[in-house]
Design a protein around this ligand. Structure first.
Ligand SMILES: NC(=O)C1=CN([C@@H]2O[C@H](COP(=O)(O)OP(=O)(O)OC[C@H]3O[C@@H](n4cnc5c(N)ncnc54)[C@H](OP(=O)(O)O)[C@@H]3O)[C@@H](O)[C@H]2O)C=CC1
Ligand SMILES: CCCCCC(=O)O
Length: 456
């Protein structure tokens, strides 16, 4: 797939990027591996952390420029791109401030003697990342691995090459040595060869199940660890005692953020029958008020999907859902204008036999379900191949906490949407993947937790 910047608001080609050759890949691996074997990677963590502080400052100083690059390349609303860029600086600062403590030796009580676990880098990590948070996805891998001493070679999505290049330049400008982070415009085959290379010790992928399955299998074949952040079909459960006004406001945001192209977006709205009509009426009204337009226009509240392919996929999915009995309560089709715009859409009457029931809609399409009880809400929520995030709205926190513990996902938010923050672990179960990014958990995914024992 060619690495191109195409503006999704009008599908105009802005720039083509030259792919990297096998020779480029070899040079990148040689440099990254040499760095791994250097004092910089294996030595004291203190020498690496200033790069993250500097990177955070650089990002803050360039936030408007970076936000515009993202919005123009994948269609995110400019205000949301600013938020993503700000979050990247926060993640860099978080690991700059906390990595030393996270990777400090941990003592174990043992009859065998004085025992402790040290944390060492394992080598070059291959990162394969998606377009939907074009800077955040890269920072989620860079910050913990740079702190730990793992060089990273990165393959970004082919529709966001400008973001990929801008990020790599920032890391170098922040003082990271050659090889700490290398962006490669490469093919899937070249990714496979890199994963197979003995100098590479791990693979981190965020993206679809399909890509995740391929990359994880390649890593497993060569006995290398992988982490997978894949799709989701997250629930947004509204119980009969929920603050409805708040649930509607947050629910609309949770579905339409980033034009719905968020793995942890609220996708299945499960509402108690006692409040279902009220919720649906207000939710629909809010969808009606959406302002579709250019993501660089501050007044726009719903931008385009990231690409023509994404629009075609979503349109096919909605049509298929209707063919199998779903009702279009609102929206339901592409917007008649240039660019990849889809109407904010609500589908109801989705039976379990409808393929849509198990599908993730990666766009502004809400599935609406009505339940009679908490048990029915939980069983519907868990009747999914995915297990990423989820939200429960109730004014009875104990009731919501009980439900949160029963939902089979990696994350559940109560009275808020599934969000992300540097200090909170992010990840899922089932076909949403495995492993965690961010927080103290994320930095330990690709380190050698090495036991040392001194026999007394
Ligand atoms: N859990 C999470 O945080 C996220 C999950 N997703 C999920 O991903 C899907 C849509 O995002 P999308 O970006 O299209 O996902 P894709 O899986 O198509 O792409 C993700 C990355 O994987 C690369 N890739 C795809 N196939 C292969 C392969 N065989 N070998 C190596 N690399 C490969 C892509 O490269 P290229 O662009 O060149 O195809 C891209 O860099 C949805 O299911 C969504 O839920 C998306 C974002 C975040
Ligand atoms: C704001 C939440 C970030 C979601 C991560 C993703 O979709 O890749």
């Amino acid at each position: 797939m060619a690495y191109q910047t195409v503006n999704p608001a009008n599908n105009k080609l802005i720039k083509e990027y030259k792919p990297h050759t096998d020779a480029d890949v070899e040079a990148a691996l040689k440099t990254a591996d040499a760095l791994y074997h250097s004092e910089w990677a294996k030595g004291a963590i203190e020498q690496r952390l200033p790069v993250l502080h500097k990177l955070a400052d650089l990002i803050d100083s360039r936030s408007e420029e970076l936000a515009k690059i993202a919005s123009q390349e994948m269609g995110k609303l400019i205000e949301q791109s600013r938020g993503e860029v700000k979050l990247c600086a926060q993640i860099a600062r978080y690991y700059a401030d906390n990595a030393k403590q996270f990777l400090a030796p941990v003592k174990y009580k043992s009859e065998l003697g004085d025992a402790w676990v040290e944390h060492h880098p394992i080598g070059v990590v291959m990162a394969v990342e998606p377009w939907n948070f074009p800077f955040y996805q890269l920072m989620r891998v860079l910050a913990p691995n740079l702190a730990a001493g793992n060089p990273v070679v990165a393959k970004h999505a082919s529709i966001v090459p400008h973001c990929a290049e801008a990020f790599a330049h920032l890391v170098r400008e922040a003082g990271a040595p050659d090889g700490a982070w290398t962006n490669l415009f490469i093919s899937s085959d070249q990714v496979a060869k890199i994963i197979a290379d003995p100098r590479v010790q791990g693979a981190a992928l965020t993206g679809s199940e399909k890509a995740g399955s391929v990359v994880a299998a390649q890593a497993a074949k060569h006995i290398k660890k992988s982490t997978l952040e894949l799709g989701g079909n997250d629930v947004f459960i509204v119980l009969d005692d929920a603050d409805l006004k708040k649930a509607v406001k947050i629910g609309v945001n949770a579905r339409l953020n980033n034009a719905g192209q968020v793995c942890t977006a609220a996708k299945r709205f499960i509402v108690h029958e006692k409040v279902a009509d009220q919720f649906l009426t207000a939710f629909t009204e809010a969808f009606r008020e959406v302002k579709i337009g250019d993501p660089l226009d501050e007044k726009t509240t719903l931008g385009p999907l990231s690409s023509k392919d994404a629009l075609e996929t979503l349109t096919k999915q909605v049509n298929e859902a209707v063919k199998n009995g779903a009702k279009v309560h609102f929206g339901g089709k592409p917007v008649e204008r240039e660019g990849n715009f889809f109407e904010p859409t609500i589908l109801t009457h989705i039976s379990r036999e409808n393929p849509a029931y198990f599908e993730e809609f990666f766009g502004p399409v809400a599935q609406f379900y009505v339940v009679k009880s908490d048990d029915e809400a939980v069983s519907l929520a868990n009747d999914s191949n995915y297990g990423l995030g989820g939200a429960v709205f109730s004014q009875d926190i104990d009731r919501a906490k009980k439900m949160a513990s029963r939902i089979e996902t990696g994350m559940v938010y109560i009275n808020w949407l599934t969000d992300t923050a540097a200090e909170l672990p992010f990840g899922g179960v089932k076909r949403s993947g495995y492993g965690r990014e961010l927080s103290d958990l994320g930095i330990k995914e690709f380190v050698n937790q090495k036991l040392v024992v001194v026999r007394r």
